[in-house]
Design a protein around this ligand. Structure first.
Ligand code: NDP
Ligand code: MG
Length: 393
């Protein structure tokens, strides 16, 4: 039996950890948790440096653990305390230990970048089910994540809206009856931009037309690298080859993705552009919980538009398909180089068009590498970051 935040014993409460609790997915998770206070007990929250926001969450949820990555921010959090009943700590080792100790029933993995891999693996190894937003873990180490999930007997439900949609369209279907997965892409802010891509500024690229998200994924959405990462993520999550994973541009982002079966039937999952929806699905699966806020209105004219990807203007997507030709190592290189390049672009060190160039050149440099062990991924990730950084000013 568990003690809930206001001190009642409740055997129904699920113990939940939120890694990356202060980010965009963290905010949406917070909203879902507030909608269902009788279902969850938050036991662990983490962030990199947003200590004030984390302090607010500690006061709201009184978790057993609250961990910051950054030491300077941690000192400020300490001064903000005391936080009765919450053990606060800093650094990755403390986070991994807390994940192992806390024994969550389910973990929302919502850190950004490959930095989420170790905590995600630790959560799986602790026996926790996983609501996975951190797509980069799946991109760089999908086979290891899958193997660990099978060994621990945990459920892995994707939060990324496209994969969450595919999960919904695949439930009940037979694998051999699937013809292809169709990921939808909004097309980002430059879908109809035919000017000089090299002059695009971070402020322009950070304006996503349909989704409000953290900065890294917003830039990835504008280059369509996000869709590339999602093609790799879909391959790792559902086991279909790259030839069975297609992308179509759908600017309204109402159809979140589709599965075409071999008889020609296409199942589409539709809904509002609100990440609370896939998060709730991942937390409630295999049940569905009542949520009046998510209902869709058909009272206004609804135009659903689909178009092909323009690979010439958005070459990053193709890099992801190329990376899947060497799936053990090249996604690691692609992802690391992209993280470096996106950071460089946001910091004003490189032009927008150099994101593609840096990723492409780094991939060429590491052609033919293979990875057999999880530890080799961390080494290759570091080497690819160093190589990609050589191209920053
Ligand atoms: P944000 O940048 O908004 O938030 C990231 C969170 O992770 C923050 O809590 C941040 O802490 C924490 N964090 C970042 N780096 C580290 C680190 N090195 N160590 C510890 N904590 C860290 O990102 P999003 O919420 O947008 O995205 C999170 C993940 O979900 C990404 O993998 C993204 O691709 C995926 N995703 C996001 C969607 C969205 O709508 N936002 C949709 C689909 C997938 P701090 O606040 O202190 O920096
Ligand atoms: Mg997505």
């Amino acid at each position: 039996m568990l003690l809930d935040p206001i001190g009642r014993w409740n055997e129904e409460l699920k113990r939940i950890s939120v890694l990356g609790a202060t980010g965009s997915i963290g905010d949406s998770t917070d909203r879902v948790l507030q909608m269902y206070p009788d279902r969850f007990r938050v036991v662990l929250i983490s962030a990199r440096s947003s200590w004030q926001k984390l302090a607010g969450l500690i006061r709201r949820y009184r978790p057993e653990f609250a961990i910051l990555e950054d030491e300077t921010a941690f000192c400020k959090l300490e001064k903000e305390g005391p936080f009765r009943g919450t053990h606060i700590a800093c650094g990755q080792d403390a986070l991994l230990q807390a994940i192992a100790d806390v024994g969550a029933d389910i973990t929302v993995s919502a850190m950004v970048g490959a930095a989420g891999l170790r905590p995600t693996m630790a959560a799986i190894r602790s026996g926790s089910d996983l609501a996975l937003a951190n797509k980069e873990s799946m991109v760089v180490a999908g086979s290891f994540v899958n193997r660990a999930a099978i060994e621990e007997g945990i459920a892995l439900i994707p939060v990324d809206s496209e994969h969450n949609a595919l999960h919904q369209c695949l439930v009940g279907g037979k694998r051999e009856e699937v013809h292809r997965l169709i990921l939808t892409a909004s097309g980002g802010p430059f879908r109809t931009f035919f000017g000089d891509f090299s002059s695009i500024s971070p402020a322009q690229a950070l304006k996503h037309p349909t989704w409000a998200m953290g900065p890294k994924i917003t830039i990835d959405s504008s280059t369509l690298m996000n869709k590339g990462l999602e093609v790799i993520e879909a391959h790792q999550l559902f086991g279909f080859g790259p030839d069975q994973i297609h992308v179509v541009v759908h600017p309204q982002s109402i159809v979140h993705s589709m599965v075409e079966y071999r008889d020609g039937s296409i199942l589409a999952q539709m809904g509002k552009t609100d990440m609370c929806h896939p998060i709730q699905y991942a937390l409630s699966y295999p049940e569905r919980w009542t949520n009046e806020q998510h209902h869709f209105s058909f009272s206004e004219t609804l135009d659903l538009h689909f178009e092909a990807v323009d690979h010439e203007r958005f070459p990053c997507l193709q890099l992801a398909y190329e990376a899947l030709q060497n799936p053990s190592s090249m996604p690691v290189v692609l992802n690391a180089a992209n993280e470096v390049a996106v950071d460089g672009f946001l910091n004003g060190q490189i032009k927008y068009t150099q994101i593609y160039q840096i990723v492409s050149q780094t991939m060429q440099h590491f052609e033919g590498e293979t990875v057999n062990e999880l530890d080799e991924i961390f080494v290759l990730d570091q080497r690819a970051r160093e190589r990609a950084s050589m191209n920053l000013k």
